[in-house]
Ligand binder design. Structure first.
Ligand code: GRF
Length: 208
């Protein structure tokens, strides 16, 4: 399985992926939309191919996504991994890569889609919080779940302590999801996620 990792920021999930060796999967390219992203140093550290694809002022979203699709197709990418990629992807992109694009999100989806998940979990006095890996569809953070990991929320928590606790789980969960897809333990078929051949019906394969 040929992987592309897309990122926009510090790249700690990217690092968790590049630090791993996968059975039946290799990282073919890392792509960022942010020329200043800290994750670029991570890519250099592991000497992986890097493409900086910045959105040009005159470029429409559709044009940008078309350029991204063209790159991924030219490299015969089988799985696109969004590791903190902060652009929403067009319906066309989601269609082309249906079942071949996953994202890590720092909440127990379907709770807290979108941004500032840790702030919102604290404000709502959640007892538990966590992260999810899901397939990407045109509904923001709304695609079918693959895996989730939970952490407790303590009354003494701040956004920093809680996000750090969740991030540790993210670094475990995203590589695990990649490995499960690479060996075919989970797959997307006819708009349904199958775990060892059994439909998940919107529930994650594992809740860790
Ligand atoms: C992570 O919290 C991830 O869940 C979210 O964006 C953040 C990226 O962090 N999608 P990093 O760049 O991987 O450190």
């Amino acid at each position: 399985m040929r992987l592309a990792i897309l990122f926009s920021g510090r790249g700690s999930n990217l690092n968790a992926i590049l630090a791993r060796t996968f059975f039946k999967a290799t990282v073919e390219v890392c792509i960022t939309d942010q020329p200043q992203a800290k994750g670029i140093e991570v890519v250099k550290h592991y000497a992986k191919p890097l493409i900086i694809l910045e959105k040009q002022e005159q470029q429409t979203k559709a044009d940008y996504d078309a350029a991204l699709i063209a790159i991924l197709q030219s490299l015969n990418i089988d799985l696109v991994v969004l590791a903190g990629f902060m652009r929403t992807l067009s319906a066309e992109f989601c269609e082309v890569f249906a079942g071949k694009c996953i994202n890590i999100h720092p909440s127990l989806l379907p709770k807290f889609k979108g941004l500032h998940t840790h702030e919102r979990a604290l404000a709502q006095q959640e007892q538990e919080h966590g992260c999810s890996v899901h397939f990407v569809t045109k509904e923001l953070d709304g695609g079918p779940l693959m895996l989730q990991a939970k952490v407790p929320v303590f009354s003494s928590d701040t956004v920093d302590t809680l996000s750090e606790r969740v991030l540790k789980k993210e670094h475990y969960l995203l590589p695990m999801a990649i490995q499960m897809l690479a060996i075919g333990e989970i797959l997307w078929s006819n708009n349904e996620v199958l775990f060892n051949g059994v439909p998940l019906h919107g529930r994650p394969a594992y809740e860790l």
